[in-house]
Design a protein around this ligand. Sequence first.
Ligand code: DP6
Length: 330
Amino acid sequence: MDGRHSATARAHSNIALIKYWGKRDDTLNIPAVGSISITLDALATDTHVEFRPNLGARQTDEFWLNGALTQSPRVLGLLDLVRERAGTTQGAVVTSSNDFLTGAGLASSASGFAALALAASTAAGLALNARELSILARRGSGSAARSIFGGYVEMHAGSRDDGADAYAEPILSPDHWPLSVVVAITAAGPKAISSTHGMAGSRATSPFFPAWVDTSEQNLAEMRAAIAGHDLAQLGELTEYSCLKLHALMLTSRPALIYWNAGTIAAMGTVRELRAQGVAVYFTIDAGPQVKALCAPADAALVAHALAATPGVLQTRMSALGRGAHLVAA
Ligand code: DP6
């Protein structure tokens, strides 16, 4: 391994408009369906990776998350992939911090593995292109493949067994169509069941899973058209549809995955009420109880105000669309 031994990268979280849920290969982490997301600027992970020439691999790797030494087989797995590619056996020290709640359904694994893929590959002296980085980030977490890019992003499920065509690509720059997201936080604790675990259960037990896979291409095509046409009503309707379809899949899994709480339902009600009053705002919810409301930037303050006044909403965060993963000065 030549060249630099350390690097720091920043990546932002993303929220899927058309959801990913279910894998066609667990080992290579290849998704069963494609997905479309927006990258958010307000939720970021900074990750520093340093390879230590005098340390042997793996057993000496250290992963510090938000100041605490943390055990993470997935982080070690990603470091192994980077080491293999760079032809090194050096151990690494990874220091990562999130500027938002970790593991509360705010997609910290997306920003986390996107930042790790860029920082670790750069520190190891590899110069991966964006597609290679997306594939590498996917091995850590499917949604992380999308956080390599900014703005509107599509993740392809691909059809190859080796996952070489399962990567994300940018479809529209955030500057071409600004959008705001208001996150309504309804519970601060970590989620009960991880996405990885939950989606394996859905694939194995939900009778809706085959229909979920069969209808995904049509939803992706409709969303691509809504984004190309800058059509917020169409984008919003499809976003709520994909979200509720995902939660129908979760509810029909055995055991059932119920990620909502009373505040989640109240916040959905607020969004629909605002819409009845003529405000173009739409919700989406992932594997957690937080509600993300999408609207035009001009309506964001009003939406945040209404959500903050909703029973069960503990706090709100506002975000614009963000850029892709990038290196930063240490
Ligand atoms: C509900 O990307 O966290 O947020 O690939 O197993 O790490 P793994 O899953 P992950 O799943 C995200 C699921 C989701 C929908 C989405 O982001 O598309």
